[in-house]
Design a protein around this ligand. Structure first.
Ligand code: FAD
Ligand code: NAP
Length: 353
C-alpha cells in the first residue's frame, strides 16, 4: 500500500506537552512496508526523518522541518511454552510480541488480563510499545530491560530488517543503543517481551510498598500491584490530557562517592540511592524542589504559560499556549539554579527536536 503524505501537518495533538508546531511532511506507518517507504521518501526529499509514537517523551522547540512518521503498527502475538523457560532476566515462559504502535498501558493491561505477568510495575506509563526500549522505560523498581527479549525493526544503515537481542540493546538507566550508536538509525517495528504465567511480585520500591501497606495488602497479586502503581501515579502525576507535560523532565543524576560525601555532609536530607558501581543516584526531583522550583508557575513568577508541577518538581507543565522555547528556557533556569546550589548538572530526559 502506498504512503499518504500530508504537508504542514499540525502536531499539537501528537505531543503530550501540547506544543503547537507542525511537520513539513507527515505520514502514518500502518503497514510494515511503510517503514522503508518512509525512509526512502525522506531521503528523496533530503530531509531528516523522525518517528513519532505518542509524543510523551519529546519537546518540539520549533516546527519540524523534515518528515514525521507516526508509528501506528498494531498487533499482539503470544507464544506460550509452559514446559520451557524462555531466555530472560526474569523467569519467563510466555513471549509477547507487540507491534510498535500498540499503546503501552493497554498492552500491560491485556497481559495482566490474560495471566501473563511481569509488566505490572510499568502500568500507566504513556506512550507506545515501540518507544519503550528507546529510553529503557522504568518505574517502581522495574526497568524494561528486565523483561525485553528482542527488538525488531528496520536498520537504516544496512537497509534491511534486523532483530536486536536484549544484550545488544546496551540498556542503561534511561538509556539504550537507540539513543547512542543507533540514534536515528533504527526504526523499531515490534518488541518481544518475556513474561511468566507465574506471578513474581516485585514491591520493594518504597512508594509502592507504602501504598500496598496502606491498603493492608501483604502478598499482592500482579493485579493488585498494577492497581497500587496506578493509584500512586494518579495521586502524584498530572494527567497530560488535563495538564500537558512530558513526565520527568530531568534524569536522576548519578555522581561519584567523593562528591556524594561532600553533598551529604552539607545537605543531611539529600535523597540518594547507592548504585552497584559505587556511585550514587540522586533524586532530581528533590534537587529541583530544594532549588525552590516546585509549584512555581505563571501566577507566582513571570514564566509565561509554563510552570513546575506542585506535587512533582520533576514535571514541567504547559498551562496553555507555551512554546517549546518557553519550556526549554524554564528548564535552563532550573538547571542553572541546581548547578549553582549543588554543583550537580541535570540532563534533560525527553528528546528535544
Ligand atoms: P515518543 O515521545 O513519541 O518518542 C520518544 C523518542 O523515541 C523519539 O526520539 C522518537 O523518535 C523515538 N521513537 C518512538 N517510537 C520509535 C520507534 N518505533 N522506532 C524508533 N524510534 C522511536 N518514562 C519512563 O521511563 N517511566 C515512567 O514512569 C514514565 N512516566 C511518564 C509519565 C508521564 C505523565 C509522561 C508524559 C511521560 C512518562 N514517561 C515515563 C516518558 C514516556 O512515557 C516514555 O519515554 C515512553 O516510552 C515514550 O513513548 P512515546 O510513544 O510517547 O515516544
Ligand atoms: P519517587 O517515588 O518520588 O522517587 C523519587 C526518585 O527516587 C525516583 O526518581 C526513583 O528513581 C528514586 N527511588 C525511589 N525509591 C527508590 C528505590 N527503592 N531504589 C532506587 N531508586 C529509588 O518518584 P516519582 O517521581 O513519584 O516516580 C515514581 C516512579 O515512576 C519512578 O520509578 C520514576 O522513574 C517513574 N516515573 C518516570 C517518569 C518519566 O518520565 N521518566 C515520570 C513519572 C514517573 P527511578 O526514577 O530510578 O525509579
Amino acid at each position: 500500500m502506498t504512503l499518504a503524505v500530508s504537508e504542514f501537518a499540525p502536531l499539537h495533538e501528537l505531543n503530550t506537552l501540547a506544543i503547537d508546531v507542525s511537520a513539513r511532511y507527515f505520514l502514518t506507518i500502518s503497514e510494515l512496508e511503510h517503514i522503508p517507504q518512509a525512509v526512502l521518501f525522506a531521503q528523496q526529499k533530503r530531509l531528516p526523518l523522525m518517528v513519532l509514537g505518542a509524543g510523551s517523551n519529546v519537546v518540539f522547540s520549533a516546527d519540524f522541518p523534515g518528515v514525521v512518521a507516526h508509528m501506528a503498527l498494531r498487533g499482539i502475538e503470544v507464544e506460550i511454552n509452559s514446559n520451557h523457560e524462555f531466555e530472560s532476566a526474569q523467569p519467563a515462559n510466555v513471549v509477547v510480541n507487540a507491534a510498535a504502535g500498540e499503546n503501552w498501558h493497554q498492552l500491560v493491561q491485556q497481559c495482566l488480563q490474560r495471566g501473563f505477568y511481569g509488566l505490572e510495575n510499568l502500568a500507566l506509563i504513556p506512550g507506545t510499545a515501540g518507544a519503550a526500549p528507546i529510553q529503557n522505560i522504568g518505574a517502581y523498581g522495574i526497568e524494561l530491560n528486565q523483561l525485553l527479549q528482542s527488538v525488531t525493526g528496520w536498520d537504516l544503515t544496512q537497509q534491511k530488517w534486523r532483530v536486536i537481542s536484549a544484550t545488544e540493546c546496551e540498556f542503561g538507566y534511561r538509556d539504550s543503543i537507540f539513543k547512542q550508536a543507533l540514534k536515528d538509525k533504527f526504526i523499531i517495528s515490534s518488541i518481544a517481551l518475556g513474561l511468566s504465567t507465574r506471578p513474581n511480585p516485585i514491591c520493594h520500591y518504597s512508594a509502592l510498598a507504602d501504598q500496598l501497606a496502606m491498603q493492608g495488602i501483604d502478598q499482592p497479586t500482579p493485579q493488585q500491584i498494577a492497581a497500587a502503581v496506578m493509584d500512586v501515579r494518579r495521586s502524584k502525576l498530572p494527567d497530560p490530557a488535563q495538564i500537558p507535560n512530558a513526565g520527568s523532565f530531568f534524569k536522576n543524576p548519578v555522581i561519584g562517592k567523593q562528591q556524594f560525601d561532600q553533598l551529604a555532609l552539607r545537605y543531611p536530607g539529600l535523597v540518594s540511592y547507592p548504585q552497584p558501581s559505587g556511585n550514587y543516584k540522586l533524586a532530581a526531583g528533590w534537587l529541583v524542589e530544594q532549588a525552590g522550583w516546585k509549584g512555581v508557575n505563571r501566577k507566582s513568577n513571570d514564566l509565561g504559560q509554563v510552570g513546575v508541577h506542585h506535587r512533582q518538581a520533576l514535571v514541567l507543565v504547559n498551562h496553555g499556549s507555551a512554546s517549546g522555547a518557553d519550556i526549554l528556557s524554564l528548564a535552563a533556569a532550573i538547571q542553572r539554579d541546581v548547578s549553582e546550589k549543588f554543583g550537580v548538572e541535570l540532563d534533560i530526559e525527553p528528546r528535544v527536536y
